[in-house]
Design a binder for this molecule. Structure first.
Ligand code: AMP
Length: 617
C-alpha cells in the first residue's frame, strides 16, 4: 500500500482525530439503511472507522453489529419495549393515539420515536460514542426499573431525534441497517489495511469486536490468542431441499473415497462446553449458540465435565435422554431448563440430561478450527475415550449420575455417562441416506446433518460445508410481532400470536398461530409480552419483536391478509426458539421459494423444500 494511503492510527483520542459523535454514527446508520450494495456499505463503514482512534472505532464497530455489548459479554441493557415507549411518550408529550399512529406508520420503535421527537432540541453538548456506551453500562448495571427509566429519560433528552432513533434501535437489538458482523469485519480490514482473515481470526479468539479493532489499529492482530472459558462462535448449517440434493453434494470422489459424513440432527439445545483446564481443575463453562453462559441451567453437566482429564472445547447438543431406551426425549423435556438461572433438586430428577458431542474445537492450548473435520473427529473420539475412562475411575461419577432416576438402582446410573458421541457414517449411497433418515426419525431426531470431511470449522458462518435435512415439509423460524388474548379457558392469557419473517430490514407478517405451546409456556410468554407491549389497537397488542418461534404449516398461500403478501395454512407452533436471535429468523425470500416449490410440486417431497442458496439460514 502506498504510504499516502496508510491510514492514520491515533494511539489516543487526541485532537487530531475527528470527534466520534453519536450524531455522526446515527447519520452513518441512516446511510447504511438506505444503501443496497454490500461494497458501498463496507466502504462507508471503513471510511467512518478509519480516522477514529481505537476506542471509539471499536465502539462503532461493536454497535454496527447490532448489540450494545460484545457477544461474549454477559451484560445486557435490559430495557424492555414498554419502558422505552413510556420514556419516548413522556419526552415527546405524545398522547397514546399519537404514539399509536407513529408506531403503526413505521412498525419500528426507533423510527416512531424519531418522528414523535421531531423539533425537539437536545439538552446539553453533543454526545460521543463513549458517552452513549457509559449510559448503556449504567442501564446494564441496574435491575431497578425506576433507575433504568430515569437513565433513559436523561439520555434520550440529550439526543436529537435521529440520534434517539438509533439509540433505541440499538438498545432493542433491532438495527435493521442491513449490516452483519462479517461485513463489519471486512470494513475493519479495509480501514486498517490488514487481511480480513486476520481480523476474523482475532474475532474468533476474542469474541469482542472492539478488542479486535484495538489490535487491528496497533497492527497486533496476530497476538490474539484463544482463551479457554471464552466462547467461540458456532458453525451453522444450510438447509437442503431434499435428500437427493444433500447426497449429491457429498458424493464419494472418483476413487470411491467418501467426501462427507452424515450424523443425526438432534432436537435439543446447541452448546459449547469448555472444561478441564490444568490451571483451574474442575472449572466448566457451557455456552449457548448466542454465546451466553448457560452453565447454571445445566449443573449436572457441569459436575460431570468437571472430571475432564485434559482441557477441551466441545461442540454439541444438550438433550434430555431416556436412559432405558438410549435415545433422546422430545425437546419439550429439555425446555423447562432453558433460560433457568437456578435449577432445583426436583428439576434435576425430572429428566436425565446428556451432551451429544459432534465436534472438538480445542484440546489443551491447541485450537483445532483449521484442521479438517476428519482430523477433528478423530481427535474428538480420542478425547472422549480419555474422558470416559477418567469419569469411570472417578468416585464422583456415581454422585454425578442420578440415582433417583433409577429407582434405587445406582449401578445403572453409574454406567450412564453424560457425554455421548454423535454417531457419524461416511456418505456412500442415496439408499444409505434414505435409510439413515428413516432411522433418525424413528429415534425421535429431527433429520440429518451432512458435513464435508475436509472442511474447517468456521465460527459464526452458515456455509455449504454443513447441510441440514429436516423432518417437516417446512418449518419457519419467525418472530412474534403482535399478540391477543385467547377465548374460553385462555381468555386471561395472551395466546394468539401474529408472526413475521424478515424482508431485508423490515419485518413482514405471514401468519397467526394459536396452538402448540403448553399452558406454562403461554403464561410465561404472557408476562413477557405485557412487559414488552408497544402499542394496542382493538384487541391486538403490538409487542417488541423478541420472541422467536418455529412454526410448522401445511402450505403457503398468496394472501392479502398480512403485509407480506403470503399466509401460512394451518400454522402451528413447534416450539419457542430462545436460542435463535431475531437476525437469524427466516426471510420473505424463503417463503416465496417455498411457495414456488409447492407449485412446481417439489413440496410434495417428504424431506423438505427449503432453498439451499436463497437465504442465510
Ligand atoms: P437450525 O436450528 O434448524 O438452524 O439447525 C441447526 C442446529 O441443529 C444447530 O445449531 C444444532 O443445534 C442442531 N444440531 C443437531 N444435531 C446436529 C449435528 N449433528 N451437527 C450440527 N448441528 C446439529
Amino acid at each position: 500500500m502506498p504510504n499516502s494511503m496508510v491510514p492514520r492510527f491515533a494511539a489516543d483520542n487526541s485532537n487530531n482525530t475527528p470527534a466520534a459523535t453519536w450524531l455522526a454514527f446515527a447519520h452513518l446508520c441512516d446511510h447504511l439503511a438506505s444503501t443496497r450494495g454490500k461494497l458501498s456499505k463496507r466502504k462507508a463503514i471503513a471510511d467512518f472507522l478509519r480516522p477514529l482512534a481505537a476506542p471509539p472505532a471499536g465502539l462503532a464497530a461493536q454497535f454496527l453489529t447490532g448489540t450494545p455489548f460484545p457477544q461474549a459479554d454477559e451484560r445486557k441493557a435490559q430495557t424492555g419495549g414498554q419502558t422505552m415507549v413510556r420514556v419516548v411518550r413522556e419526552i415527546a408529550g405524545a398522547t397514546p393515539e399519537q404514539f399509536s399512529a407513529a408506531y403503526r406508520k413505521y412498525g419500528d420503535l426507533g423510527a416512531a420515536a424519531e418522528d414523535l421527537l421531531r423539533g425537539q432540541a437536545p439538552a446539553g453538548a453533543p454526545l460521543t460514542l463513549e458517552d452513549i456506551h457509559r449510559n448503556f453500562q449504567e442501564l446494564a448495571a441496574t435491575r431497578m426499573q425506576s433507575a433504568k427509566t430515569s437513565t433513559l429519560l436523561q439520555l434520550l433528552r440529550a439526543l436529537t431525534p435521529l440520534e434517539a432513533k438509533y439509540c433505541i434501535k440499538l438498545l432493542l437489538g433491532d438495527m435493521r441497517i442491513g449490516v452483519k458482523q462479517s461485513l463489519v469485519e471486512e470494513a475493519i480490514a479495509e480501514a486498517c489495511g490488514e487481511p480480513v482473515a486476520d481480523v476474523r481470526r482475532a474475532e474468533t479468539m476474542r469474541g469482542d469486536i472492539a478488542a479486535v479493532v484495538a489490535l487491528a489499529w496497533t497492527r497486533t492482530l496476530s497476538s490474539a490468542r484463544f482463551r479457554m472459558f471464552h466462547p467461540l462462535g458456532f458453525m451453522l448449517a444450510t438447509p437442503a431441499p431434499d435428500a437427493q440434493e444433500a447426497f449429491a453434494r457429498f458424493l464419494p470422489d472418483g476413487a470411491g473415497t467418501p467426501t462427507g459424513q452424515v450424523e443425526n440432527k438432534y432436537d435439543g439445545m446447541r452448546a459449547q462446553i469448555h472444561c478441564g483446564a490444568a490451571e483451574e481443575p474442575g472449572r466448566v463453562r457451557i455456552f449457548s449458540r448466542t454465546r451466553e453462559d448457560i452453565t447454571a441451567s445445566f449443573p449436572e453437566l457441569a459436575e460431570w465435565f468437571a472430571m475432564a482429564p485434559e482441557p477441551a472445547v466441545l461442540d454439541g447438543e444438550i438433550l434430555a435422554w431416556d436412559p432405558s431406551k438410549s435415545r433422546a426425549l422430545p425437546f419439550t423435556s429439555l425446555q423447562p431448563r432453558i433460560g433457568r438461572k437456578r435449577v432445583t433438586p426436583k428439576m434435576r430428577t425430572e429428566s436425565f440430561l446428556v451432551f451429544v458431542a459432534f465436534d472438538l474445537l480445542a484440546v489443551r492450548e491447541e485450537l483445532l478450527l483449521e484442521q479438517p473435520l476428519r482430523e477433528r473427529r478423530a481427535r474428538l473420539e480420542q478425547w472422549s475415550e480419555r474422558m470416559l475412562q477418567a469419569a469411570a475411575a472417578n468416585p464422583r461419577f456415581v454422585l454425578a449420575g442420578q440415582p433417583e432416576l433409577f429407582s434405587g438402582d445406582t449401578s445403572a446410573s453409574e454406567r450412564i455417562p453424560r457425554l455421548h458421541l454423535a454417531p457419524a457414517q461416511p456418505v456412500q449411497s442415496a439408499a444409505q441416506i434414505d435409510a439413515a433418515f428413516d432411522e433418525a426419525q424413528q429415534s425421535g431426531n429431527e433429520g440429518l446433518m451432512f458435513k464435508a470431511l475436509d472442511s474447517v470449522y468456521e465460527p459464526g458462518r452458515r456455509g455449504l460445508a454443513w447441510i441440514k435435512l429436516k423432518r417437516e415439509l417446512s418449518t419457519l423460524d419467525v418472530v412474534v410481532t403482535a399478540v391477543e388474548y385467547g377465548n374460553g379457558r385462555r381468555a386471561a392469557v395472551l395466546s394468539d400470536y401474529t408472526f413475521a419473517v424478515r424482508a431485508g430490514d423490515q419485518l413482514r407478517n405471514i401468519g397467526k398461530a394459536y396452538s402448540g405451546l403448553t399452558d406454562a409456556e403461554i403464561l410465561e410468554l404472557t408476562q413477557h409480552f405485557l412487559a414488552n407491549r408497544i402499542d394496542a389497537r382493538g384487541g391486538q397488542i403490538l409487542v417488541e419483536p423478541t420472541i422467536v418461534l418455529e412454526v410448522a404449516f401445511n402450505n403457503v398461500m398468496q394472501s392479502e391478509r398480512h403485509d407480506s403478501g403470503y399466509a401460512l395454512r394451518f400454522p402451528r407452533i413447534v416450539r419457542i426458539r430462545p436460542d435463535k436471535p431475531i437476525t437469524q429468523i427466516d426471510t420473505l425470500e424463503r417463503v416465496a421459494e417455498l411457495f414456488r416449490n409447492q407449485h412446481k410440486g417439489a413440496a410434495a417431497n417428504a424431506h423438505g423444500s427449503a432453498n439451499v442458496h436463497g437465504d442465510d439460514r
